[in-house]
Design a protein. Sequence first.
Length: 386
Amino acid sequence: MGNQVYVVSCADYARAEAALRQAIAAMGGMERFVRPGERILLKANLLRPSPPEAAVCTHPAVLGAIAGMVREAGGSALIADSPGGALQKESVLRNLYEKTGAAQAARASGGEVCLDPSARLVELPEGKVLRQAEIISPALDCDGIFDLCKMKTHVFMGMTGAVKNSFGLIPGLTKVGFHGSHPDQAQFAQVLLDLIGFMKPRLSVMDAVLAMEGEGPGASGTPRQVGLLLLSDNPLALDVIAGEIMGLPRNSNPVLLAAEARGLFPTRWEDVELIGARLEDLRVPDYKFPANVRSNLMEFLGPLTGAAGRLCKSLLSQTPRVQPKMCVGCAICKNACPGKAITMTGPNGTAKIHPRSCIRCYCCHELCPHKAVELKRSWLGKLLGS
């Protein structure tokens, strides 16, 4: 993998195909990434069944354009993801693709959507913390993978981009166990690096036309017009530039910190060759981040390790709480909770989060489709934060 990131302006999704064709041509053409007869998995970010205008998922215009170019190069494209908090079965996947527009994109481009709910346990020979993992079968049976991610903030990991998109290789509710066994940001970043190392995407494309800011990556986030498409054969380089465009503080980007500790390259924007624009012209000066990032507390907590670090981070972290009037009792949060900290109570089955069992992974906040889970900062966090 190289260190080049290609960027093209794209004011709206009607122009996405033309912009992507321009960028792919500059990268050497789709023939560089696809050989005739190959089956290419387009790993989209389809967090939940949300419409394109919500900016939760990779836009269907991006999926369809890439699928069409794969077909023109002589390959076949299969759009796939495994949404967190849901059972991995055909009916769930079918609903996901229809609601996000992925199914329509596949039909229009000559591609397909993946309705195979199976997964297999495989070895990760290059893994540092994961030696084996259950991976969705389509990712194991394809000839190559494209990483089609979305530019979004993330209440737990600061941002979600190309590297974080690899977590979708883990099937549905199986993701819960990884949050439970790796509850710390640094630990979870190591999981993501092992998964992206196994995934080895041939091409990474970031949909930053309509991105997400605020309390992302789910329904609580806010769409933000950025008007860009980013492409690279190196997912880490793509995330480096995306973080710089957003203005994400380095200490609030645990994936880059973990990658640097591993000696992976590149992890700093100075080491990335940006093609198509100057970084200073791309930066969004007022990009809004989750409260824990806005407070800049990681600058203070970064050097702390061991018991002292864990105690301070616990005292200063946000706590998820359910707003009863907005909860519909769907139990998505309960099923996704790795700490088993959520019960359904009362005559209407309203969710209740038990703080002592909460590991603060924020899966409940991320996956709630009704914005019923809010994140509360402690008095100390409010005092020290901005």
